[in-house]
Design a protein around this ligand. Structure first.
Ligand code: ADP
Ligand code: 5GP
Length: 185
């Protein structure tokens, strides 16, 4: 019997998941943020152990072989995974953990910890808005944006597996809606 909670937040790339998760962290300072492992190279503003655990391919392989991941997936060409130890520790200590994972990972976590997971899918208002936001963010070149856009139909097909779907049209409204969901969870 655990007393913690896992809040899974997933969305198509550019829908506003990162922005919303930062706002949720400010609104709920006692929530902890799950730190995933990845083989993606570290970006200049990122810190190993704070943003991700940056693993080499070999390190990642070893953790997979030792069954240390609850789930892992290829996302945009790199591997990303949630380490079981972190989740178990948070649940055992009664913490609330916020997990920013892709749709397949989100569904895997929900299946593994059904009674402890609240899964929220963030929907963009429409495709044009999503494209505009990805371009406006300025972090991806056209090829990377197209790669992200090509994944959207698959990502959206997982929406029905989520407990809640929140449209991120107006940011404040979306954050309020999710906050209400989480207060009731
Ligand atoms: P994700 O993490 O889902 O890929 P981001 O949080 O990086 O998406 O958001 C993509 C871009 O859209 C960012 O530049 C962000 O500032 C902007 N954005 C997020 N939510 C909104 C919103 N409701 N209205 C307008 N712009 C938004
Ligand atoms: P980024 O490279 O932009 O930080 O993240 C890319 C994508 O990887 C995001 O959609 C994010 O949700 C997803 N992601 C991050 N960590 C994990 C994880 O542990 N598991 C899965 N399945 N996806 C993850």
């Amino acid at each position: 019997m655990t007393t913690g909670k896992l809040i899974v937040v997933s969305a198509p790339s550019g829908a506003g998941k990162t922005t919303i998760c930062h706002r949720l962290q400010q609104a709920f300072p006692d929530y902890q943020f799950s730190i995933s492992a990845t083989t993606r190279p570290r970006r200049p503003n990122e810190i190993d152990g704070r943003d991700y655990f940056f693993f080499s391919e070999q390190e990642f392989d070893r953790k997979v072989a030792q069954n240390e991941f609850v789930e892992w997936e290829y996302v945009h060409g790199f591997r990303y995974g949630t380490l079981l130890a972190g989740l178990q520790r948070a649940l055992d200590k009664g913490h609330i953990l916020l997990l920013d994972v892709d749709v397949k990972g989100g569904v895997s976590i929900k299946n593994r910890f059904p009674a402890d997971t609240v899964a929220v899918f963030i929907d963009p208002p429409d495709l044009e808005t999503l494209k505009r936001r990805l371009k406006g963010r300025g972090t991806d070149n056209e090829e990377a944006i197209n790669k992200r856009l090509s994944r959207i139909p698959e990502e959206v097909s997982y929406k029905n597996n989520y407990d809640y779907v929140v449209v991120n049209d107006n940011l404040d409204k979306a954050v309020d809606e999710i906050s209400r969901i989480l207060k009731g969870a």
